[in-house]
Design a protein around this ligand. Structure first.
Ligand SMILES: Cc1ncc(COP(=O)(O)O)c(C=O)c1O
Length: 427
């Protein structure tokens, strides 16, 4: 029976961005029984043995402790499990010379929920009817921001400038400060650093400049650090987390091997944290505590930061090198393709300038040769204007074997060459 939905019901029952593509991918995989696909679409991290062992050991320690009953058999505080709050405060105070107290920290069931709370607490209509905007200062960015606001018109993204090295076939996005508008209408600002999908890392100066623009309006700047140091430390270039009065530093343990346990972390101003905590209480009472209890152990022992730096980072950095080397060896040098500088995260981002077909059509052609990537147009939530570039990019996940990545890049180069050639012949 077709349900009668509210306006919000209608909005929230649509799949947005990459989730919509995932449906197509899953159907393709199911229908193509027998056909072998190289699936480089996933944002799901691979299971690395050292990382799995860490979580197994922390679980064994929890099971053996008297704390176990308290963790799973009792409700707890909405702010999160106290030993994890304390572990984070201690770790960050020591590591970054901060003065955090437990009032500066909120734990959420995954960081996606944290963006949902923040987008609706700080963005949308005020009681006096003003629209507070949620600003994405550099588009493309995480596709999940497209689904977090209950007020779709509040989400506004800005086109970047492109720093292109033509001869090296490389490029990098930078925030376009000449266009970016942060005003009294700004409710909050969100960006990922390192960025999903591009692997871009905004410089410390760029981050400070964005925070300074938002400061006079008391607008929180949420820095989505799902791939940042100290865990999972998926930065391949030097970067330091930036803290400040109007910065909400947001983290996730998903890429540190714990996506199934759903742990998000917000660090910031006490009053902002309090508002988000109230939202959380109304929404789900509190996040589940088993994952939080094992995370407290992994952080207190120093193991999580250590494994992140020594295992997780090098694993994905090597994957990026394999991808880059194979892509550069296979792609024709005379075509206008550019790989985004691989500064972090678990993806490569390829821009095919003057692509004669859309990214979605290219995605379909790649499926025909057994390669699945994600069409780039899914990663521009909030960007209203039509920009050809939106339909000229692909996100390629680094979650394949070296051999799969190598084969996929050869096939991708072959298909790209054919696509440009077809257009040249018919012109
Ligand atoms: C940039 C970014 N932010 C947030 C998330 C959501 O992560 P989670 O809800 O698992 O913490 C993801 C997941 O892929 C991501 O890539």
């Amino acid at each position: 029976m077709k349900p009668a939905l509210s306006k919000i019901g209608e909005q929230m029952s649509h799949l947005t961005g990459v989730r919509a593509i995932m449906k197509d991918i899953n159907e393709t995989l199911r229908a193509g029984a027998g056909q072998k696909f190289i699936n480089l679409s996933a944002g799901n991290p691979l299971i690395l043995p050292e990382v799995e062992q860490l979580w197994r050991d922390c679980t064994a320690s929890l099971l053996a402790s008297s704390e176990y009953g308290e963790v799973v058999c009792r409700y707890g505080s909405s702010q999160g499990y106290a030993p994890l709050v304390e572990a984070i405060a201690n770790d960050f105070n020591k590591r970054y010379g901060l003065n955090l107290t437990e009032r500066n920290i909120l734990l959420t069931p995954g960081s996606q929920s944290l963006y949902f709370y923040a987008a609706n607490v700080f963005g949308g209509y005020t009681s006096s009817g003003d629209l507070k905007e949620i600003i994405l200062p550099l588009s493309p960015d995480y596709t999940g921001y497209g689904g977090v606001t209950l007020c779709a018109e509040a989400l506004i993204a800005y086109k970047p400038t492109l720093d292109i090295d033509f001869s090296a076939h490389k490029f990098k996005y930078r925030p376009d400060f000449s266009q970016l508008e942060i005003t009294e209408n700004t409710g909050c600002v969100i960006f990922s650093r390192p960025c999903n999908p591009t692997g871009n890392v905004l410089t410390d100066d760029e981050v400070k400049k964005i925070a300074a623009l938002a400061a006079p309006f008391n607008a929180p700047v949420l820095i989505d650090s799902a791939y940042a140091p100290p865990f999972p430390a998926l930065n391949f270039t030097e970067m330091t987390p930036v803290f400040g009065d109007n910065i909400l530093h947001c983290m996730s343990l998903s890429k540190a091997g714990l996506p199934g346990e759903r742990i998000g972390i917000a660090i910031g101003d006490e009053e902002w944290i309090n508002v988000l905590e109230c939202f959380q209480t109304n929404m789900c009472i509190h996040p589940s505590r088993y994952g939080q209890a094992i995370a407290a152990r992994a952080i207190n022992s120093g193991k999580l930061a250590e494994i992140s730096e020594q295992v997780i980072r090098s694993f994905y950095q090597n994957k990026f090198t394999v991808l880059e080397e194979n892509l550069f060896a296979a792609m024709p040098k005379d075509l206008p393709w550019f790989l985004h500088r691989g500064e972090g995260a678990i993806f490569a981002w390829l821009w095919l300038d003057e692509l004669p077909i859309t990214d979605w059509e290219l995605y379909q052609e790649l499926k025909q040769v057994g390669v699945i990537v994600v069409p780039g147009s899914s990663f521009f939530p909030g960007l209203r204007e039509d920009w050809l570039h939106k339909h000229q990019c692909l996100r390629i996940s680094l979650t394949g074997s070296d051999e799969e990545i190598a084969i996929a890049m050869q096939r991708l180069a072959h298909v790209a060459q054919q696509v440009y050639q077809r257009a040249a012949v018919s012109a």
